[in-house]
Write a protein that binds this ligand. Structure first.
Ligand code: URA
Length: 214
């Protein structure tokens, strides 16, 4: 099991709770003016999936995992015998964090991207833990899948290394957490064998979550 969580830092613990997600200023990401994307799915739900942060497509659809990573996730869910409609999906951080480049960068899919994703900082993940905690209480999942290191750290409130916990189930605060890769990791590689290994690890994690939740 991971070590005991540290309590929220003084500044964060003493801040008043935000009136709504749309009005949240617990971290500085509200300044990007991007609309925060709440979790989506049935409440309660036996399985909850936690990603990192909404992508560009998600901002347009208003729901998590509606872009390329979501398509790959849909394939993984099919292979694990799960339906998206039966799951609650959310993110560790509800605002997306990105930067505009002056010159386009080549993606693994051979496209040129001007807007690039940035990993949320630990203080942003900690601040948004307020909303993740609220979702866990509402959704009451029997299994929680952490898609990537940011989700794992958000759920355990510890700076854990994902590779150490792959293939395990962590019990934390009464929640059963299944750590696995983020689906975007499979999209970033052009190595077909590695991609299939990542997808197989994701399918195994979702299958485990399904067993834990049944
Ligand atoms: N879309 C999401 O909602 N979350 C991610 O982590 C990536 C894409």
């Amino acid at each position: 099991p991971p070590p005991e969580p540290k309590p929220a830092s003084g500044a964060l613990a003493s801040r008043p709770p935000p009136a709504s997600l749309a009005a949240c200023k617990l971290c500085g990401l509200w300044r990007t003016k991007a609309k925060p994307i709440a979790g989506a799915g049935p409440v309660p739900a036996a399985i909850m999936l936690v990603g990192e942060q909404p992508g560009e497509q998600d901002a347009l659809s208003g729901e998590p995992f509606r872009g390329a990573a979501g398509e790959l996730l849909d394939d993984v869910l099919r292979r694990a015998g799960l339906e998206r409609a039966s799951l609650y999906m959310t993110n560790a951080v509800k605002h997306s964090k990105w930067e505009m480049l002056e010159t386009p960068r080549q993606t693994a899919q051979g496209q040129a991207a001007l807007r690039v994703h940035k990993t949320p900082a630990p203080n942003e993940v900690e601040a948004c833990g307020y909303w993740l905690g609220e979702e866990l209480e509402r959704v009451q999942p029997r299994a929680v899948v952490a898609l990537g290191a940011t989700a794992l750290r958000a759920l355990t409130r510890q700076p854990l290394s994902l590779s150490e916990y792959l293939g395990q189930t962590i019990e934390h605060d009464g929640w059963l957490i299944v750590p696995t890769y983020h689906p975007a990791y499979a999209l970033r590689t052009s190595d077909a064998k590695l991609r299939e290994e990542i997808v197989a690890t994701l399918v195994a994690a979702l299958t485990r979550a399904k067993q834990l939740a049944s």
